[in-house]
Design a protein. Sequence first.
Length: 313
Amino acid sequence: MTDAAQISAGEGRKISPRARRGGLKAGESRFGLLLLLPAVAAFCLVVLKPFIEALALSFYRFTIEMSEPRWTGLDNYRRILTDELMLGSFVTTAIFVSAATFFSIALGLAWAILLNQPFRGRDTLRGLSLLPWVMPAVVASFLWGWIFNSRYGLLNAAALELGMIDFPVAWLSTSAGAMTAVVVTKVWLSIPLFMSFFLAGLASMDREQLEAARVDGAGNFRVIKDHILPHLRPVMLVTVVLGMIGNLQHFDTIWALTGGGPVRATSVLSVEVYRRAFEQWDLGMAATLGVLWLFTIMPPAYFYLRQLMKGAE
């Protein structure tokens, strides 16, 4: 076949629809990757680069008195994992995360079920319920610090008036009282967020199913147990993981309310990292703690991302 015939045959051949769709998809993929470049660049600059630097610094001893870091290998990790005070911070973190997550979700769910019922003023109450969420955490910490104050606090005044106590209690001066105060403050701040999640889940529920259950004689407890909770299970799973991640990173409320005290009773990992870096100026140990802190956040974050990927499929 001559060159002219080949050219004529090529011009007469049409591109198949499948090939055309493949070309469009390839173009869309390249365009999507191009749109992702700014976000990837920002992630590398703001997150990945500091993490790599902190990971490298965790193998050095570097304090404010030293002119340059000194290589120590795994010595920082050994010191942390053999220090009873530091191990106590892991226990304190676990207590705070467990208590704050559990009560935030339980009370947020109960409040969402209540606000899902039809009654006059429901929408206004829903709006007011969001106020703690929009309040700055430091402002909320000062508010609850005043409530728990031993001399002029509202809690002691109410308890004395009701005859529950005979003399004012120094809530923030005891280990149990301080932990209770930071958990209560964090729960108060978190309830509106979880309430919103559960309200969104309840909005997609078939009301006829609930009405049929009530017609069959099911009480409130049976309706919640057999119908509402199974329907909200996916939402609850996400809120548990998000709550754990958020509480593992929490710092501002604890620092403003107790400063990690008394006697390290509320000294969670975030507080320890801050103390090591900006009070003791031991940057090597602070970086090491930050790396270990990251590993405590990774399991719930990985689980959360898996759930998101499953939902997207």
